[in-house]
Design a protein around this ligand. Sequence first.
Ligand SMILES: [Zn+2]
Length: 295
Amino acid sequence: MTLFDDGTVSLSTVEDRVQCELALPDDEDGYQYNYLSDPEWKLTESTLTIRDGQWFLHLGFRKPSPAPECSTAENGTVLGVDLGIEHLAVTSTGRFFSGSSLQHERDQYEELQRRLQKTGTRSAYQTHRQVSRRLRRFAIDRLHRVANGILDEARRYDCSTIAFEELTGIVDRLPNQTVFDSWAFRRLVSYVEYKATVHGIDVILVDPRNTSRMCSRTDCAHVDSANRSTRDTFQCQECGYEVHADYNAAKNIGLRAVRCGHTSSHRTGISQCALKSGTIAPEKGFVPHSPGQTE
Ligand SMILES: [Zn+2]
C-alpha cells in the first residue's frame, strides 16, 4: 500500500494495482486530517475489510517513540485507565465515564437493523444508512468527550503518562463485545493518544494479564478469580480489600506501567500511579496528598 499526498492510495492486489481516493468525513473534526498532514505520524498497520459488498480501508498511524527529552521526568506519575462497556472508562483517580448512553444508542440501532433487514427494500436500505451514520456521529461525539475527560484528569493530577491495557486484553475479558464495541475502544485510545501529544503526555499500553483479578493493594497483590465476586465488585479473598472492580483494574493498569518503567530501557520516567487522594507505587505503597487522607 502506498499513500500519496494528493489524498489517494494505491493498493497492490494479487491481480493489479488499485488506485482509490481516500473517503474522509465531510464533517471533519480535524482528527483524521491531522494524522495525514502531520509528518510526525507515520502510517503503520492498516486493515482492509469488506462489509455488505463495500470495501473499507482503515489506516493506522503511529508516532515513533518520543525523543529522549520527552521522557526524562524522574518523578513521573501515571494515570491508569480501565476500558469497558458499562463504564467506557474508569481512571485510577476514581473518575467513572458511563457507557450507558452509547449502549442505548447501539441497542436501538441493532434492533432497527434487524427489522430493516427483514424488509429488504430500497427505502429500508436508505433508512439503515441514515441510522448508522447517526450512531457513528453520536459515538464519535461521546468518545471525544470521554477522551477529553481522561486528558483533564491526567492534567489535573499532573500525570506524565496515561496507561491503558493492550486491547487484546479487553477482547479476552469481554468475549461478548460487538464489532462496534471494539471499534469504540480503538477509537477512544487513538483520540487520547492524539490529544495527549498536544500536552506532552505519553500513552502506553500495558500487559493485560490479571488486571481484573489481582488485588491492587501493593502489599497484597493476591491473584484469584474469586476476587471478582460480581461484575462490579472486587473483594480480595486474601486481605479483604473491597472496591469497585473497574477501579481496582484501573489501579492495576497504572501500577503495571510503574513496574514497566523500572524494567524497560526506554521508559524510566514513571515512578508512581495517581489516585484521587494520593499516589501509589510498588515499593512505597500509598502516599497521601496531604496528611491523614486515606486511600
Ligand atoms: Zn488483597
